[in-house]
Design a protein around this ligand. Structure first.
Ligand code: PLP
Length: 395
């Protein structure tokens, strides 16, 4: 059987066995509605509240500050739309030019609805321009929404510095921590923790299930719901809870909390560094995007100059190697990722950029396999490109 090497962990991660084990009894036996007053329902309610404690513990928050949602995207929409709805006099949003589509496409939609949006730029390494951030905030600003870790490059924003700026200006801060939760410590405790009012996290990026996430809402933060209906989640997110998902998410957070204090992060970083060094040594036209920035342990974004990412992706996929590219195919032409564009990466490198994202389940043997296979695949691609150019010339 052909082996699969899964290097696409920023897209989603494999659920841990303990996550699946925690979920199965909920699906099979503990199926009551947690809002039901009978004992059966209250047993299930107890499971939801235990999971809330587990999620809160990962980010050093109070369980009362955790609202469960259907994932990172919904948490982000609740944070941003919910804040704008609760502060109708303020019609200005500050974000960055390198956000995940859950933020940047929402920002586009809000612009169409009359909200003024500023997208702060980044430097060549993908680091936020904090001076520009400070300049963009005005008395009209309802919210600053920025990511902690970039999903394409792994670049870590200096959220402490960002929070110092928003705190000084008295503007609420939302952090998209979907790619950082479980990989970097996050401390939201009121004394000495990160001074963000809202933080989004997602289950499936930290070895939990898909379709479940949470929004941390600091006490006394003004926010309106997106979804109206029942009185679940302190009336901030109506709808019967995804109990199995929530319980699995809680188990994943408990694992992530212990992994953060162990050697898992260092082990994944060593694998990523080995992959990066191997590729750079074997392929002279490979460039690491965001290389000098502070990056999260598991991600490397490598541009193969002069090649098309989609073609590389397909050849890797045929060889059983799962990766991603940030480019989007729009109206037949391949647009390089908005993140690499904002970083000012040469389009010949940006067009050939592949994201390799690792996890605790990867091994050094898999890394070596990819380092051995990739030059052969790229040689095939280069030969094909030359053959194509020659046949085009003969017309
Ligand atoms: N924010 C970031 C940085 C992400 O990487 C993702 C998913 O890739 C999301 C938000 C959306 O999360 P979800 O897939 O849980 O909706």
């Amino acid at each position: 059987m052909r082996r699969t090497v899964y290097f696409d962990n920023n897209a989603t991660t494999r659920p841990l066995d303990q996550v699946v084990d925690a979920m199965l009894p909920i699906l099979r036996e503990q199926y009551a509605n947690p809002s039901s007053v009978h004992q059966f329902g209250q047993t299930v309610r107890h499971r939801v509240e235990l999971a809330r404690e587990e999620v809160a513990a990962l980010v050093h928050a109070s369980p009362k500050e955790i609202v469960f949602t259907s994932g990172g995207t919904e948490s982000i929409n609740l944070a941003i739309r919910g804040t704008l709805a609760a502060r109708p006099a303020k019609r200005h949003l500050v974000t960055s030019a390198v956000e995940h589509s859950a933020v940047y496409r929402l920002a586009d939609a809000l612009e169409d609805e009359g909200v003024r949006v500023d997208r702060v730029g980044v430097d060549r390494d993908g680091q936020l321009d904090c001076d520009e951030l400070a300049e963009r905030i005005t008395d009209e600003t309802a919210l600053v929404s920025l990511m902690h870790v970039n999903n394409e490059t792994g670049v870590v924003f200096d959220v402490e510095r960002i929070a110092a700026i928003t705190q000084e200006r008295g503007v609420p801060l939302h952090i998209d921590a979907v790619q950082s939760a479980g990989k970097l410590p996050i401390d939201l405790s009121p004394d000495g923790g990160l001074a963000a009012q809202l933080v989004s996290i997602s289950g499936h990026k930290l070895h939990g299930p898909k379709g479940v996430g949470a929004l941390f809402i600091r006490r006394r933060t003004r926010i309106a719901p997106l979804i109206y209906g029942g009185r679940q989640e302190r009336e901030l997110r109506a709808g019967t809870e995804n109990v199995a998902g929530i319980v699995g998410f809680g188990a994943a957070c408990t694992h992530a909390r212990s992994a953060l204090t162990g050697d898992e992060t260092a082990r994944v970083a060593a694998l990523r560094d080995r992959l990066e060094a191997g590729i750079l040594a074997a392929i002279p036209f490979a460039h690491v995007n965001g290389r000098s920035a502070n990056r999260v342990c598991n991600t490397t974004n490598i541009g193969f100059e002069g090649l098309e990412a989609e073609a590389i992706l397909l050849l890797l996929s045929e060889a059983g190697i799962c990766t991603s590219s940030g480019s989007a195919c729009s109206s037949g032409s391949l647009e390089p990722s908005h993140v690499l564009k904002a970083m000012g990466i040469d389009p010949r490198i940006a067009h050939g950029a592949i994201r390799f994202s690792l996890s605790r389940f990867n091994t050094a043997e898999e890394v070596d396999h990819v380092v051995a296979e990739l030059p052969k695949l790229l040689a095939r691609l280069t030969a094909l490109a030359h053959a194509g150019a020659k046949s085009a010339l003969s017309y």
